[in-house]
Design a protein around this ligand. Sequence first.
Ligand code: SF4
Length: 162
Amino acid sequence: MVQEKKKLRIGWFTFSCCEDSTVLMTEILNDHWQEWAPLLDIRHARVLQKENILDSMDVAFVEGALASEEHIEKLKEIRTLATKVVAVGACACIGMPSGNRNQFDDHTQEEISFLTARFSHLPKVLKLEDVVAVDAKLPGCPMNEQQFIHLMKAMLQTFRIT
Ligand code: SF4
């Protein structure tokens, strides 16, 4: 019986942000699709496919900051399913610029309170590491293209995908 080749099981997730790293990632795939398609099992990436599955992953790429309890619960679930979690972009790595409202003065906080209440948002926007352990970071706003390519190659090596 022919054994199916092992692929790198990945997920791409987005929380509170502008999704520029998602756009960059799709642009990078334009250049690397031929090389990576046979090596990747994309379990979850809404920007790339309609059918998405939330199950075990080798690597979960997570973009954006956490603005609600719903985000926190989803991230915790991703953490339990993924061997490696990568924080993608400054919002995921340091909570900014998505977390700008954390720095508002009391008066401005009061002015936006009806919005945070309406959307059940947290009092403060959080970075990923405030909630779960992160294995690798791709800083920058958006992420650096070459660092993403380098990290993807490193993950393929780590999980012995050839
Ligand atoms: S880090 Fe910058 S590019 Fe990335 S989601 Fe945040 S604001 Fe957008």
